[in-house]
Write a protein that binds this ligand. Sequence first.
Ligand SMILES: Nc1ncnc2c1ncn2[C@@H]1O[C@H](COP(=O)(O)OP(=O)(O)O)[C@@H](O)[C@H]1O
Ligand SMILES: [Mg+2]
Length: 240
Amino acid sequence: MIEIHNLTKTFGSFKAVDGLNLKVAPGEIFGFLGPNGAGKTTTVKILSGIMRPTSGRVVVAGHDVELEPLAAKRELAYIPDEPFVYPKLTGWEFLRFIGDLYAVPRGEQARRIPELLETFELTEQAGELLESYSHGMKQKLLIASVLLRRPKVVLFDEPTVGLDPKSIRRFKLLLADIAREGAAVFMCTHILDMAEKLCHSVGIIYRGRLVARGTVAEVKKLTTAAGIRSLEDVFLELTE
Ligand SMILES: Nc1ncnc2c1ncn2[C@@H]1O[C@H](COP(=O)(O)OP(=O)(O)O)[C@@H](O)[C@H]1O
Ligand SMILES: [Mg+2]
């Protein structure tokens, strides 16, 4: 569902992403792990089509993102680390706008928007302008908009920053639901505990290169250190 082929992105002489190869299957929740500055955000920006690669290519739901940007964008949802919403729309209006933009039938919108607002405890604020929403509320609204669309590929950049524990719990359950329906989830995070509990597989990126890829259990076996190891131990060993 997601293919990254020999992806390189340079800024001046600096390689932010360096020959990255990676695939994520339908139904897979993939955790893209790495320390600050490793190249995670650059990679998802290229996957989403908002940044061009220096070389290499990315394919989303069978569509080359550079050659068929509209077809790719129809199938993908991207939630950036800084949630962007239109400040002069209300929560309701925003969800209807996204629903219309991605051709979710009006009847389905009428049924599911109230459910989603309820799920994320936004019902009371749904009539208020988004400029009054907190960071966490904006993020929840964006997640609700993704769930409304049911895209084939979901790209999340640090999705749980700003969410309270209850919302994180709901987010996890909903993520598992969309994966069961066949979507591929690509989630950048450095919250290793969350990756360990939620993701089917993980990849560790360090200085633009993939240094590990596999199930959490497989990746944990990658270090030579003795004793019981957590994903955190492996992460720290591979990125130092
Ligand atoms: N637009 C840009 N111009 C110059 N350097 C950038 C730009 N975007 C990212 N970088 C650099 O590329 C590296 C990777 O950044 P990023 O992909 O944001 O890392 P991560 O999301 O893993 O923390 C960092 O060193 C960052 O400073
Ligand atoms: Mg980042």
